[in-house]
Design a binder for this molecule. Structure first.
Ligand code: UD1
Ligand code: CA
Length: 455
């Protein structure tokens, strides 16, 4: 079945009180419209057409480069029927599936069921049963339960307002029929809009069967109009992701205090403590343990890696058996080998650390290529920036860099070199030697008196 996905995304979203158009408001770090497009892609739809309007430039810019998306402009928001009509020139044959840029939790499974209900010749509507249906279009059925029409809240009689089955807005219909029906829509209703929902009565009049599919989870077709609803769906989405990880064998100490803003691949026996945020593309090996308050973005962790509390790692790779933190900061383009130890208040940037290298505390290692089993003591700084350009520090295998040493790049410390504490190294240090560079002349003054407090 050829599927044309049409996503309505022209609305302004006044209640967001934001300069960002509504469909660009992020859920789990991705614009709501992005989630809806992904649902369409999961169906392998022939065409993805977005009807955009408010914040047009911003919306187009946000999806620049997504070449599978076709765009239809709706200059004025004259109603959902008018919006779908704008998409028709971008559509082909087959079936139309109408989605909404502000309904981000819709799943491919439900959409497949809706398409199956439509078959290719029927019209199918996704409905939901609401305790409080106020505001929604009501599904009007005859005595046999056959759908007759959808009546909007503002046009409904008192009897119709009592109907609890509502229109979620998600509709599948034959393209050829839509091309006949949409031009015939009238806006003689309470809101003066061209209602997409009026095609249901047209289908009935034309003898086209109307099928319904009922959403099992009320959050799935839910729309977002304000920040409160956005926050609510964010929690629903995060809980769903946490449940998937739990089902896959990940231990989450508190699924309610876990956020995934991207995708995660994981091995077995991964343990994640509270308040961990995983962003972008995350890969976790077997037995990885992540402590509380950790932020990882685009990170790969090998088997058995332990990340302790309050550590931040971005765009980096950590080899098997390594441990980082608490309070370690790994900035982009860092590559750590196996069994590397990075302790508290160590900052890495574009640093390579060979297998077994250690930087236990208080160091800055930027633009550094560090060999295997190197020991970086407390207070070591690679001076990688002269105020204009960045330079590389290279440290050979088994070197020892003493406490509070500064390595002024570009500089190379050879294999097994030993740099004495407090040295400022500006010239390459040779292998197998002690290199020391300290101000001379330490002296002691006998009888010296400590300062006393002024009265
Ligand atoms: C619509 C349905 C209603 C259903 C409800 C579910 C119609 C006439 N009514 O009502 O039966 O219960 O959704 O939430 O379809 N949009 C455009 N261009 C327009 C108008 C709307 O892109 O000209 C977009 C909006 O940005 C929004 C969506 O379509 O994302 C729904 O429009 P809205 O006007 O909010 O419809 P409702 O009144 O909620
Ligand atoms: Ca609405």
């Amino acid at each position: 079945m050829t599927v044309n996905v049409i996503i309505l995304a022209a609305g302004q979203g006044k209640r967001m009180n934001s300069r960002l158009p509504k469909v660009l408001q992020p859920l789990a770090g991705k614009p709501m419209l992005g989630h809806v497009l992904d649902a369409g892609r999961a169906l392998a739809a022939e065409r993805l057409v977005v009807v955009y309007g408010h914040g047009g430039e911003q919306v187009l810019a946000a999806f620049q480069g997504q070449v599978d998306v076709r765009w239809a402009h709706q200059a004025e928001q004259l109603g959902t029927g008018h919006a779908v009509a704008q998409a028709l020139p971008e559509c082909g044959d087959g079936v139309a599936l109408i989605l909404y840029g502000d309904c981000p939790l819709i799943t491919p499974a439900t959409l497949r069921a809706l398409l199956a209900a439509a078959g290719g010749d029927k019209l199918a509507v996704l409905t939901a049963i609401m305790d409080n249906p106020t505001g929604y279009g009501r599904i009007v059925r005859d005595a046999e339960g056959k759908v007759l029409s959808i009546v909007e809240q503002k046009d409904a009689s008192e009897a119709q307002k009592a109907i609890r089955e509502i229109n979620t807005g998600f509709i599948a219909a034959p393209m050829a029929r839509l091309r006949e029906w949409l031009p015939r829509l009238k806006n003689a209703n309470a809101q003066g809009e061209y209602y997409l929902t009026d095609v249901i009565a047209m289908a009935v009049a034309d003898g086209v069967a109307v099928a319904t599919e009922t959403a099992k989870d009320p959050f799935e077709p839910a729309g977002v109009n304000d920040k409160r609803q956005l926050a609510e769906l964010e929690r629903v989405y995060q809980r769903q992701q946490a449940d998937k990880l739990l089902a896959g064998g990940v231990t989450l100490l508190d699924p309610a205090r876990f956020d995934l803003r991207g995708t995660v691949e994981h091995g077995q026996d991964v343990e994640i403590d509270v308040n961990v945020i995983l962003e972008g593309t995350i890969k976790l090996g077997h037995g990885v343990k992540i402590g509380p308050n950790v932020y990882l973005k685009n990170v790969t962790l090998g088997d058995g890696v332990v990340i302790k509390a309050n550590t931040v790692i971005e765009d980096s790779t950590v080899g098997a058996g390594s441990d980082l933190g608490p309070f370690a900061r790994v900035r982009p383009d860092s590559v750590l080998g196996e069994k590397v130890h990075v302790g508290n208040f160590v900052e890495l940037k574009k640093a390579r650390l060979g297998n077994g290298a250690k930087a236990g505390h208080l160091a800055y290692l930027g633009d550094a290529v560090i060999g295997e089993r190197v020991n970086i003591s407390a207070g070591v700084i690679t001076c990688n920036y002269d105020g204009a350009n960045k330079f590389v520090t290279t440290i050979g295998d088994d070197a020892f860099i003493g406490t509070d040493s500064q390595l002024v790049a570009p500089v190379t410390i050879a294999d097994r070199a030993y740099i004495a504490a407090g040295s400022t190294i500006t010239v390459d240090a040779p292998a197998d030697a002690l290199t020391i560079c300290r101000a001379r002349g330490q002296k002691s003054i006998p009888g010296w008196k400590r300062p006393t407090k002024n009265k």
